[in-house]
Design a protein around this ligand. Structure first.
Ligand code: NAD
Ligand code: MG
Length: 333
């Protein structure tokens, strides 16, 4: 697998091309500023007086009403929430996009699950930074970049791949390391990662560990420190040097416990469940359920989120974090 660095990627394909950013949130705000600072021609399609408009003006980004921004654009970056993209396509982009324009996404969900079928004359591309918008901006300002994935779904103009790579370079994605993928791979791995490991898996592991200690009669505050607070130290070691760095930094006793007990918790049954989660993502079942949930006004989703927010670990944690002065003056800003 090839990882492209900044000097291997050309910005040429987007020279003298107008880029419209639709959706000025976490990603939109970072992309617009980085692209502008990379010398590209950028306009934010935002409603006058709205939050996006206020932010874009504060960032000194040119603004236009979304329809006007789309009309003149060679590349349209769709950076609204995934669930709003179908409507944005139907109402704003499809009627106005010019022939041969590139339709760009930062996550493949909408295209991969067939929610939008772009016109045949358009390029359909993906540039997905592997980090939140504020990091994409912060790293760029420091002269570096967050790694990114890029993909081409439809190449109507013969320049789809070059435009995707040029866009990725413009937001700092090549400086961070740029990898080619497909819409299917980006979408399915992104969903699987957040569900099974990062957001879903890690959360359940922490809560289950906490509950096990509290049910056995230990103090909730002590359980919180052991099962949630200290996770950050471990994650930092993973991030900096993988499992090996963690093993280099923890005690012999912790290491022995890790290798003998870890596999007692994450068992063959857990792996089978992970494969089920992946199957639901691949088959489109997860996407269908999530779309239906949205259409129904998100009742199940809201109830389950509230249950998480009301879990006892949240109350215990909030009280302890109150005393952690360093959390009030973040050092990574
Ligand atoms: P966000 O919620 O931060 O911002 C979305 C913006 O779209 C907001 O400005 C909102 O006001 C606007 N918006 C909402 N509904 C709209 C509508 N109907 N019409 C026009 N504008 C509308 O979203 P985000 O996190 O920046 O996500 C944008 C895309 O980037 C998604 O496809 C997401 O999957 C992808 N992505 C996000 C991250 C991340 O870490 N946040 C990382 C990689 C990719
Ligand atoms: Mg994700």
């Amino acid at each position: 697998m090839k990882v492209y660095s900044d000097d291997e990627v050309s910005g040429e394909a987007l020279q003298n091309q107008r880029i419209a950013i639709i959706g000025y949130g976490s990603q939109g705000r970072a992309h617009a500023q980085n692209l502008r600072d990379s010398g590209y021609d950028v306009v934010a399609g935002v409603r006058k007086g709205g939050k996006g408009w206020i932010h874009a003006r504060a960032d000194k980004i040119d603004t236009a009403e979304p329809e006007q921004a789309v009309e003149g654009a060679d590349l349209i970056a769709v950076l609204t929430p995934d669930m709003a993209q179908e409507q944005v396509w139907k109402e704003i982009i499809a009627p106005k996009a010019k022939k041969g324009a590139a339709l760009m996404f930062a996550h493949g969900f909408t295209i991969h699950y067939g929610r939008v079928q772009p016109r045949e004359d358009m390029d359909v591309i993906l540039v997905a930074p592997k980090g939140p918008g504020d990091l994409v901006r912060r790293e760029f300002v420091r002269g570096r970049g967050v790694p990114a994935l890029f993909a081409v779904k439809q190449d109507a103009t013969g320049t789809a791949r070059a435009r995707a790579m040029a866009y990725a370079k413009g937001i700092g994605g090549a400086a961070g390391g740029l990898i080619e993928t497909t819409f299917a791979e980006e979408t399915e791995t992104d969903l699987f990662g957040e569900q099974a490991v990062l957001c879903g898996g890690a959360k359940e592991l922490v809560m289950a560990g906490y509950q096990t200690l509290v049910d056995a009669g230990y103090q909730p505050e002590v359980a919180y420190f052991e099962c949630m607070h200290e996770l950050k130290l471990i994650v930092d070691l993973f991030y900096e040097g993988g499992v090996s760095k963690m093993h280099d930094f923890i005690s012999e006793t912790a290491k022995y416990g890790a290798v003998v007990s870890g596999p007692r918790v994450i068992t063959e049954e857990t792996r089978a469940r992970m494969r089920e989660v992946l199957k639901d993502i691949q088959s489109g079942n997860f996407a269908r359920d999530w779309i239906l949930e949205n259409q129904a006004g998100k009742p199940r989703y809201t109830a389950m989120l509230n249950a998480d927010r009301q879990h006892p670990i949240e109350k215990t944690g909030a009280a302890l974090r109150e005393r952690m002065a360093w959390l009030k003056t973040p050092t990574n800003a």
